[in-house]
Write a protein that binds this ligand. Structure first.
Ligand SMILES: *Cc1c(COP(=O)(O)O)cnc(C)c1O
Length: 346
């Protein structure tokens, strides 16, 4: 028997009366705004931004085929994740399940908010282990966090298993799709209406090339979004970010050209790396990075660093002994990487 989603929300959050900002109490048209203690002398940024980013959400809505009331925006998807954790999990009491190796921020956000963590590691092939997951669930489990395509392994998680979890678990299933645009799988956003416990997070930081503006996207039922909107800081997305995002989303031509190039460079990089005898395995990637298994990760990492090439050593992650994560760069950056590796082999 599935609990209603309302029962998963913390009581204090359900009871919360959101801060009412100066602008959202007023509906209609006016030309004298003396309500928000702003400086009247304009530089284009003297007014508070739209607290609900209506224009940007309309743009995104058309792009991802999700209604605007099912979208929340944040200061990077890290803020979206934090909002979701705080909305559902009572500090010191509730727990979440994560499936390592995975994105490190889930643990950090849980630790900051004093939320217990239960781990159900991925299999050696980085697939979900459903028996292990089900064993971790108890009456205080509020959420499972899945990352697909998964960072750092690069693979998409099995959709059949995810669907089983969405149906079977009496908790929120949060799917982090930071790398979905690089993937052959379709986004879980298209399945929102089937699963009231589904929350998807996306970002403009990776495929859209806008890590610097900090724009994260949360997608869920309009009920969940209405609760998250109460919890978020009123003006969490600034006007510069909103405008830059709107401008960039229009440039589908640039986006498509980048995607094509990054994906073909990903294939080319696999082919180049395969030639090195010290690389034992290159894991299949649905993202813009490759995880490789080597004999001596520290040695290779240090040699590359000494030669001006920085990659990520993931060897301390569960199931990732002697692995390195390499982001797919420009053709020139990838060529430099291969050059240094060639010199190392000499
Ligand atoms: C890079 C990344 C993000 C992006 O976070 P932002 O705060 O939106 O920049 C989120 N999740 C995963 C798994 C990532 O690798």
């Amino acid at each position: 028997m599935k609990k209603p989603i309302e029962d998963l929300v913390r009581q204090n959050i359900k009871d919360l009366k959101a801060y009412s900002s100066a602008r959202n109490e007023f509906i209609g048209t006016a030309n004298v705004f003396l309500d928000a203690n702003e400086n009247p002398y304009g530089n284009g940024l003297n007014r508070y931004p739209d607290a609900l980013q209506t224009q940007l959400k309309q743009n995104l809505s058309a792009k991802i085929q999700v209604e605007t009331e099912k979208i929340i925006l944040g200061n990077g998807s890290d803020e979206i994740l934090d909002l979701v954790f705080r909305t559902f999990c009572n500090p010191g009491l509730d727990n979440i399940i994560i499936t390592p190796p995975t994105y490190g921020m889930y643990k950090v956000i849980a630790n900051i908010n004093d939320i217990h963590i239960r781990e159900a590691p991925l299999t050696p092939q980085f697939e979900l282990d459903i028996d292990m997951i089900l064993k971790q669930v108890d009456q205080n489990t509020k959420m499972i966090v899945l990352c697909s395509p998964n960072n750092p392994s690069g693979n998409s998680l099995n959709a059949v298993v995810i669907e089983q979890l969405l149906k079977q678990l009496d908790c929120i299933v949060l799917i982090d799709e930071a790398y979905i645009e690089f993937s052959t799988e379709s986004s879980w956003c298209t399945r929102l209406d089937e699963f009231p416990n589904l929350v998807v997070s996306r970002t403009l930081s990776k495929a859209w090339g806008l890590a610097g503006i900090r724009l994260g996207i949360g997608i869920a039922s309009s009920y969940i979004i209405s609760i998250l909107n109460k919890v978020k800081p009123p003006y969490n997305v600034n006007a510069l970010t909103e405008q830059k995002a709107i401008d960039t989303l229009q440039r589908v031509d640039i986006f498509n050209a980048n995607m094509t190039l990054i994906k073909s460079e990903r294939t080319a990089l696999v082919e180049s790396l395969q030639k090195f005898s010290f690389i034992e395995k290159i894991y299949p990637s649905d993202a813009n990075f490759l995880l490789i298994k080597v004999g001596d990760a520290d040695g290779i990492y240090n040699f590359l660093r000494e030669n001006g090439v920085i990659i990520r050593n993931r060897s301390t992650q569960p199931g990732c002994a002697n692995t390195l994560r390499i982001t797919v760069g420009t053709p020139e950056e990838n060529r430099q990487l291969i050059n240094v590796l060639n010199n190392m082999e000499k």
